[in-house]
Design a protein around this ligand. Sequence first.
Ligand code: BV8
Length: 245
Amino acid sequence: MIPQDFIRSALAARHVVVLTGAGISAESGVPTFRDAQTGLWARYDPQDLATPEAFERDPGLVWSWYEWRRELIAGARPNAAHQALARWQRQRDGVRIVTQNVDGLHARAGSREVIELHGNITRTLCSRERREVADWAAPAAGAAPTCPACGAYLRPDVVWFGESLPMAALEAAVQAVRGADLVLSVGTSSLVQPAASLPYEALGNGVPVAEINPEATSLSERVSFSLRGRAGEVLPELVNYLESG
Ligand code: BV8
């Protein structure tokens, strides 16, 4: 049940920023970072694989992990939470989505102008020139492919731990939060920086923050509204209320 005071805030807000993390894609079957990985990846900690050091050490292993995730995501579909946010954006202006996710499911649900803080797994870069590469010769099994232009290994266009975020995306996210009169934090453990600092920027400006998460996080005791539930049930219910005004 969504508290009436939160619905009133959402109805009155003119500039809403929705910050999303891996939890919003959980109901699409995309494992979150904290979920135990399945199958052959069970023995790896994602945080160890999603690093330049891991890629340097074993580009084939890291490339294979991303191929596994790419295929899993290609077979996944946006869930009711992604669809509710896209509906909210269609319903009225002033709803911006800032995501830590690299799965592209917000855009596939029809959301517009999604700010992707950590890149997008469907794009591939030359690891040396950092420009996008659309096609390449298939690598040997277990190896990473190489750039047709310079021969360097190819990598996914995502931000690894220890790498800086794309400045334009981070700047756009900070500006959006600074201009917000309501912020929602959906499906994130609020651990990964600098994304995790965005809700605090809003709270520091006296802007109400709502958290949607089936579990408590380090942000939970600070937020104005704590909606303990799955994004796939809370967001459609919220957008239905907002549609009926
Ligand atoms: C950087 C792309 C400058 C790759 C990812 C300041 C303080 C402390 C540490 C740092 C700091 N600055 C930098 C760091 C280090 C590091 C960091 O934050 N470490 C953490 C672990 C402490 N940050 C960085 O390295 C960043 N770079 O700051 O550059 C710099 C440079 C060098 C040295 C220092 C600084 C780069 C971070 C980006 C890393 N890349 N993704 C890939 O995907 O392979 S982040 C990755 O983690 C994913 O994007 C994912 O989104 C994210 C995990 O966070 P969540 O999204 O929150 O997911 P998680 O699994 O944790 O939680 C899921 C939540 O969903 C849970 O709460 C669960 O309860 C909930 N949930 C489950 N089901 C549902 C649900 N919620 C709703 N509905 C459901 N159904």
